[in-house]
Design a protein around this ligand. Structure first.
Ligand code: FAD
Length: 483
C-alpha cells in the first residue's frame, strides 16, 4: 500500500475486531479518512470478536439500566480498581453504543430467562448450545462481517496482512505505525493511531510472564488472534500497563487440554461453588463461593494449575444442571472424565489424593454450611441480615455417590493492558494522555479485572471505547471533520 499525502488517513486503527471496526466506522461517519490494519490475510479472519457468545452486558446487568446503577455495578465488581472516569464512560455510553450498532442494522435478541442481563444478544443464537466451539454464521460472526463490509463500502481502507509492530513518533506525538507484511516492512503515517489489537491470549511468553508459570495447563478457551503487540508498542512510547494478571476465565474439564469438544462448555465452577475444588494434594486453596472468574485465576496460579472439582449427588442433580450447556449431562456426553464413588475414601483413591486429607476438606465445607445455617437461624430470630462473603454458597456433602471431575483453568480473554482515560486516550506513567494515541477493547486495562477479577463484559468494553475513541479524536480536530 502506498499512501500519498492526499490519501493519508487521519486515523490509523490497528486490529479488525469489534473495537477496531467500531472506531473505524464511527470515524468514517464523522468525516475522517481511516485505514484499518489487520494482521490476518483472510476474509472472515478468526478473532475473539467473531467467536463469542454475543451477550452485551455490563457486569451482568442489562446495558439499558440507569447509568448510575451501571457505574456502581462496575465499581463494585472491580472493588474500585481502575479509574472512575473509565467506569463512568462505560456506564454512560453503554446504552447508546448498542443503539448505534442497532442503527447499523445489527439484530439483537434475548435469551430466556434473561435474568436481567441476557436481553441484548447478537442474533442468531447457537453458541451456548454445544460443548464445542460453534460460531460460524452466528451473531458475532455476522456483526464483524457486516462492519467490515460497511467500512469498505463507505470508503474506508481495510488493509489485511499488515501486522503493526511499532509506533512512530514525531515531535512527541504518535504519527504512525511501522508494520510488517509479506512483502516486507513499511511505515504508515496518520494524525493519530487507535490500538485495538485484542489481548495477549495468543502470546505464550506473555501468558507465562503475567498469568501462570504453567501455561501448558491453562486452556485457551478463545482464539490466538491477540499477541499483545499493542501493549508492547504503547509501553515503548511511555504508556502504562495495568492489571496484567487478571483474565476472564472459567473452570473446564482438564480433558479439554488434550481433547476437542469440551470447550467452551460446560463450566465446572458452579459445581465447585456448591462443593469444592482441591489441588493435587487433595487440599482446598480458595473460597470457592467467590465464583468462577476468580476461581479460574486462582487455579491457574496455584501449584501446577490443575485440580479436581468435588461434589455429591444432590449437587450434580441441582447446580450441575445450571447455566449454558451444563455439566450434567454434557460433561460425560462430550467424553469428559467424571469419577464416581460410594465413599470419600474411595473417591480419594480414584483421584490419587490422601483419603484423610480429602475427608478433612469435606468436613470443613460441611462445617461452614452448618455454621452459616445456625448464623442465619440466629439472625432470623433477632431480625438481622447475614451477608455472604461470596456470590454463591456451599452446600453440604450429604450422601453418596460422590464425584470428582479433573479441572483446569480456561483463559477466554486477558483483562489487563494499556491504561486509558474515559476518552479512550492512552495514558503515560504520570497519568497524562500521550498525544495522538488511543486504545480500545481487550488491549486496554483498568476497565475490568484487577485483584477482584471483576468481569464487566469484553464486548461492551470494545464497543464503547472504540466509539468514544473515534469521537474524541474527531472532536479534537475541530468541527470541520465532524458530521
Ligand atoms: C469464547 C468466547 C466467548 C465470549 N463471549 C462473550 C460474551 O458473550 N460477551 C462479552 O461481552 N464478551 C465475550 N467474549 C469476549 C469478547 O469477545 C472480547 O472481549 C472482544 O471481542 C474483544 O474485542 P477486541 O476488538 O478488543 O479484540 P479482538 O476481537 O481480539 O480483535 C483484535 C484484532 O486485532 C488483530 N491483531 C492482533 N495483533 C495485531 C497487529 N499487531 N496488527 C494488526 N492486527 C492485529 C487480531 O487479528 C484481531 O482481528 C468472549 C470471548 C470468547 C473468546
Amino acid at each position: 500500500m502506498t499512501l500519498t499525502d492526499t490519501s493519508r488517513p487521519h486515523l490509523l486503527v490497528v486490529g479488525a475486531g469489534l473495537a477496531g471496526l467500531t472506531a473505524a466506522n464511527r470515524a468514517l461517519e464523522l468525516g475522517l479518512r481511516v485505514s484499518l490494519l489487520e494482521r490476518f490475510t483472510d476474509t472472515g479472519h478468526v478473532c475473539a470478536s467473531r467467536t463469542n457468545g454475543g451477550v452485551f452486558h455490563v457486569g451482568f446487568r442489562t446495558v439499558t439500566a440507569d447509568p448510575k446503577e451501571l457505574f456502581q455495578v462496575v465499581r463494585a465488581a472491580n472493588d474500585h480498581f481502575g479509574r472512575p472516569d473509565v467506569a463512568q464512560a462505560l456506564a454512560d455510553h453503554a446504552g447508546r453504543s448498542v443503539d448505534w450498532l442497532r442503527g447499523l442494522g445489527t439484530v439483537f435478541t434475548a435469551m430466556q430467562p434473561d435474568q436481567g442481563w441476557k436481553d441484548t444478544v447478537l442474533a442468531p443464537l447457537g453458541f451456548h448450545e454445544r460443548t464445542d466451539m460453534a460460531w460460524q454464521g452466528l451473531g458475532a460472526d455476522r456483526l464483524i462481517t457486516a462492519l467490515e463490509q460497511r467500512l469498505v463500502a463507505r470508503g474506508g481502507e481495510l488493509v489485511r496482512g499488515a501486522r503493526a509492530k511499532a509506533l512512530l513518533l514525531q515531535s512527541g506525538r504518535v504519527r504512525g505505525v511501522r508494520i510488517e507484511r509479506a512483502s516486507g516492512p513499511a511505515e504508515l503515517f496518520a494524525d493519530a493511531v487507535l490500538l485495538a489489537d485484542g489481548g495477549f491470549e495468543g502470546n505464550a511468553e506473555m501468558v507465562r510472564r503475567f498469568i501462570t508459570p504453567h501455561p501448558e495447563n491453562l486452556l485457551l478457551r478463545g482464539c490466538e488472534s491477540g499477541l499483545g503487540d499493542g501493549m508492547r508498542m504503547a509501553e515503548a512510547v511511555g504508556a502504562k500497563l495495568i492489571g496484567m494478571q487478571a483474565f476472564y476465565g472459567h473452570v473446564l474439564s482438564a480433558d479439554s487440554l488434550h481433547r476437542e469438544g469440551l470447550s467452551p462448555f460446560p463450566f465446572l465452577e458452579f459445581l465447585a461453588t456448591a462443593g469444592m475444588i482441591v489441588d493435587g494434594s487433595g487440599t482446598r486453596f480458595m473460597d470457592e463461593t467467590l465464583g468462577g472468574h476468580i476461581m479460574s485465576n486462582t487455579l491457574a496460579r496455584h501449584g501446577d494449575g490443575l485440580g479436581h472439582v468435588v461434589f455429591d449427588q444432590a449437587m450434580w442433580e441441582g447446580i450441575g444442571q445450571h447455566f449454558f450447556c451444563p455439566p450434567n449431562p454434557n460433561l460425560v456426553r462430550a467424553g469428559g472424565t467424571l469419577h464416581r464413588a460410594d465413599s470419600i475414601a474411595e473417591l480419594a483413591t480414584l483421584i490419587k489424593v490422601p483419603a484423610a486429607q480429602l475427608q478433612a476438606q469435606v468436613d470443613a465445607v460441611n462445617a461452614e454450611v452448618s455454621a452459616r445455617a445456625s448464623q442465619q437461624d440466629r439472625a432470623q430470630r433477632e431480625g438481622m441480615t447475614v451477608f455472604a462473603r461470596g456470590r454463591y454458597q456451599h452446600e453440604a456433602f450429604a450422601h453418596a455417590p460422590y464425584y470428582a471431575a479433573p479441572a483446569c483453568a480456561a483463559l477466554t480473554s486477558t483483562m489487563g493492558g494499556i491504561e486509558i482515560d474515559g476518552r479512550s486516550r492512552v495514558l503515560d506513567q504520570q497519568g497524562e494522555a500521550i498525544a495522538g494515541l488511543y486504545a480500545a477493547g481487550s488491549c486496554t486495562g483498568g476497565v475490568e479485572g484487577g485483584p477482584a477479577v471483576g468481569y464487566i463484559g469484553g464486548l461492551i468494553k470494545a464497543l464503547v471505547f472504540g466509539l468514544i475513541g473515534a469521537e474524541d479524536f474527531a472532536a479534537s480536530r475541530g468541527g470541520d471533520h465532524v458530521g
